[in-house]
Design a binder for this molecule. Structure first.
Ligand code: GAP
Length: 557
C-alpha cells in the first residue's frame, strides 16, 4: 500500500459499507451460521450479479473487443483469445514458476500471544493495527506532545497494563527506561525516532538480546522471520502421501503459460496476441483482513499478452494506460484512483516495468491499496516452463526475418515477451462499492450506491403507483418488455409493495440507476415517470421510449 499524493476527504465508514452489503445481499461471511471462516466470503444475490457484471465487462473489453478496439503500438490490431484452465495443475508447474520455492512470506511469531506478523510489513502493521502503540502515542499528545519518561511510566502502569501486558516497558519499566535514558544521554543531539523508541520499549535486557521489536498485539518481543507457505495443499488420488500432493493455484496466469504452445498451434492467432484467463485463486494469507481485500479464496482476471521482445516496452505502456482508463470507465474516476509505477529497485530481475492501479479504500486512506498489477514479465515464465518441461516453447514468427527472393520472409524463432495486466475481481467489486457508497441524510434513502449502470446488479425497476385501476397490469407489461430485452445484463425488478418513497429507497440502496413509475396519467397519455437514482430528479417519457432509454444507458441498443 502506498501513501497519498493528495489529502482526501474523510474516509467513508467501512462498518456502514459492510452493513449495507450484508443487509442488501451483496456480501456474506462464508459459513456464517457456523461462526464464519477467516478469509472467506460469499456473494449474495446482488453481489453475485454485480461480480458477474464486472467479470463480463473485463471479458468483453479485454478478450472479445480488446481495449475497445484501440490500435496498439504501430497501429497494430489487438487480438486476444480466452482459455479456462484448472485450479489444480501438475505440481511441476509450480516448481517451474518458482511458487513452490519462493511463494512464502517471511513471518515472525509472537511467543506471547501466538500472533503472526509479516516481517516485511512490520512497521506498517504497527502503525495501522497496534492498539497499544496508538494508545501510548495518544498519551504523549494529550500530555506534552513529546514523549518523556514520566508519561511513559504513567502509561505503563495504567493503560499499558491492559493494552500491552507483555511489553518490556510494562513488565519491567525501570530496566527499560534506564536503557532508554542511557541511549538519550549518550547521543543528546540525535533523539530517537518513533521506530527506535518502540524498539527500546520492547527490550528488557538490551545487553543480552540487543534491541527487539515488540508484537503489535501484546508487546512481547517477536521471533526471527521464518517462511510461511502461501499455497494450499491437498492430495489427488486415494493415498494421502507426498507423491500425491497437489496445490490449489495461487494465480491464474500459470495456466496460460503452460497452454501457450497449444493455443499458438491450434488457433490462427498471430503474434502479438493475448490469452485471457479468469477464475478462483487461493492463497493461505497469514493475515486475511479488510473485508474481501485480502482473502484466502479470491477471483482473478488475468491477461497474458505475448509480443516480440523489441515491441514489449510499448505494449507494456499500452496496457498500463488502457487498464487505468478501463477502471475509470466503470466508475472509479477521480482522486481515489492512481497508477503507481514501481521504482527500479522494486522490480523483479526480469521485469522492465511494473505499475499498479491503486484505489484509495476507506481502510487504506489516506494511502492506496492495489487493485491490479500490470507487469512486463519479459520471457521469464515461458523460459522457466521450457527449461523444466523440456518442451520448446519458441514461437515461429513467419512475418519476421529477412525478405526472401520470392517476397516471403525467412521467419524468426523467439520466446515472446509477456505483458501481464492482472486484476482481482473481489477487490474490483469492493472498490466499486466503496466508491459508489454515498451518504446523504436529506434523502429518504440516506445511504445509496451510485453504481455505474454497466456494473449495477439491478438495471431498472418498475413500480405501479397503486395496486388498482389497471396500473399493475401496465407495470407487469413494461417489466416483461424490459426483462426480455436486458436479462443478459442484469435484473429488472417489479415492486408493488409499500409507499413509493420506500420503494425508491430500496432501489437506491441496491444501486439501481433507473426507476419507472406507472400512475393514473400513464393510463391516459401512455407516459411514465423516470426517476434518476443519483439526482432524485424525475422526468416524464413515453412508455414506448423506456426500453430505448435504458438500452442507451447500458450501452446496449
Ligand atoms: N499473476 C500475477 C499476480 O497474481 P498479484 O499482484 O499477486 O499478481 C493480482 O495478484 C491481483 O489479484 C491483485 O492486484 C489483487 O487484485 C488480486 N489479489 C491478490 N491477492 C489477493 C487476495 N489475497 N485477496 C483478494 N485479491 C487478491
Amino acid at each position: 500500500m502506498s501513501d497519498a499524493p493528495s489529502t482526501p476527504s474523510s474516509p467513508k465508514s467501512m462498518d456502514a459499507i459492510m452493513a449495507l452489503c450484508k443487509r442488501r445481499g451483496f456480501i456474506y461471511q462464508a459459513s456464517e451460521i457456523y461462526g464464519g471462516i477467516n478469509g472467506f466470503w460469499d456473494y449474495g444475490p446482488l453481489g453475485a450479479q454485480m461480480k458477474k457484471n464486472l467479470r463480463d465487462a473485463w471479458w468483453q473489453d479485454m478478450v472479445m473487443r480488446p481495449a475497445w478496439g484501440r490500435a496498439g503500438p504501430g497501429g497494430q490490431r489487438v487480438r486476444c483469445v480466452p482459455v479456462e484452465t484448472c485450479i489444480i495443475q501438475n505440481p511441476k508447474v509450480w516448481e517451474a514458476s518458482g511458487h513452490l520455492a519462493g511463494f512464502a512470506d517471511p513471518m515472525r511469531k509472537c511467543p506471547g500471544c501466538g500472533h503472526f506478523v509479516r516481517a516485511d510489513q512490520y512497521w506498517e502493521t504497527m502503525a495501522q493495527w497496534s492498539e497499544w502503540l496508538n494508545s501510548m502515542i495518544q498519551g504523549f499528545e494529550t500530555h506534552t506532545g513529546k514523549f518523556d519518561t514520566e508519561t511513559l511510566l504513567r502509561w505503563a502502569k495504567t493503560k499499558g497494563k491492559r493494552a500491552a501486558p507483555n511489553l518490556a516497558l510494562v513488565r519491567n519499566p525501570e530496566a527499560t527506561l534506564v536503557a532508554l535514558a542511557t541511549r538519550i544521554n549518550g547521543q543528546p543531539n540525535v533523539p530517537p525516532d518513533l521506530q527506535e523508541l518502540v524498539r527500546y520499549l520492547g527490550t528488557e535486557q538490551i545487553a543480552q538480546t540487543g534491541l527487539q521489536e515488540p508484537c503489535p498485539r501484546c508487546g512481547a518481543p517477536l521471533g526471527q522471520p521464518a517462511p510461511f507457505k502461501l499455497m494450499f495443499e491437498t492430495w489427488s488420488g486415494i493415498t494421502q502421501s507426498d507423491d500425491n500432493k497437489v496445490y490449489l493455484r495461487p494465480e491464474t496466469a500459470q495456466g496460460v503459460f503452460v497452454q501457450f504452445k497449444n493455443v499458438a498451434d491450434t488457433t490462427r492467432v498471430k503474434m502479438p496476441f493475448g490469452i485471457g484467463n479468469t477464475g478462483k485463486s487461493f492463497r493461505n494469507e497469514v493475515t486475511p483482513r479488510n473485508y474481501t481485500y485480502r482473502s484466502r479464496e479470491f477471483e482473478q482476471a488475468e491477461l497474458e499478452f505475448f509480443c516480440h521482445p523489441s515491441e514489449s516496452v510499448e505494449w507494456y505502456q499500452f496496457w498500463r494506460d488502457f487498464r487505468m482508463d478501463w477502471w475509470k470507465s466503470i466508475g472509479l474516476a477521480g482522486e481515489n484512483l492512481i497508477l503507481r509505477e514501481h521504482a527500479k529497485d522494486e522490480l523483479s530481475h526480469y521485469s522492465q516495468g511494473t505499475s499498479d492501479v491503486e484505489y484509495r479504500f476507506p481502510f487504506t486512506s489516506p494511502g492506496f491499496g492495489e487493485l491490479e498489477g500490470i507487469a512486463h514479465r519479459g520471457d521469464y515464465d515461458l523460459k522457466q516452463h521450457q527449461e523444466h518441461s523440456k518442451v520448446k516453447l519458441e514461437y515461429n514468427d513467419t512475418e519476421r526475418g529477412e525478405v526472401l527472393p520470392n517476397g516471403g520472409r525467412r521467419g524468426e524463432r523467439y520466446l515472446p515477451h509477456c505483458i501481464e495486466p492482472a486484476a482481482g475481481l473481489d477487490r474490483g467489486v469492493l472498490a466499486l462499492i466503496c466508491e459508489a457508497y454515498t451518504k446523504d441524510d436529506t434523502r429518504a434513502s440516506p445511504e445509496f450506491l451510485k453504481l455505474h449502470p454497466r456494473i449495477a446488479p439491478i438495471k431498472a425497476a418498475v413500480f405501479p403507483l397503486m395496486g388498482k385501476d389497471g396500473m399493475p397490469e401496465v407495470a407487469e407489461k413494461l417489466h416483461t418488455e424490459l426483462n426480455d430485452k436486458f436479462w443478459r445484463l442484469g435484473a429488472i425488478e417489479l415492486d408493488e409493495k409499500q409507499n413509493i418513497g420506500k420503494r425508491y429507497a430500496r432501489m437506491d440502496e441496491a444501486g439501481c440507476p433507473f426507476c419507472f413509475t406507472i400512475d393514473q396519467d400513464t393510463l391516459k397519455d401512455q407516459t411514465v415517470t423516470m426517476r434518476d437514482r443519483d439526482t432524485g430528479g424525475q422526468q416524464r417519457m413515453g412508455l414506448d421510449k423506456v426500453a430505448g432509454f435504458v438500452g442507451e444507458r447500458l450501452g446496449s441498443g
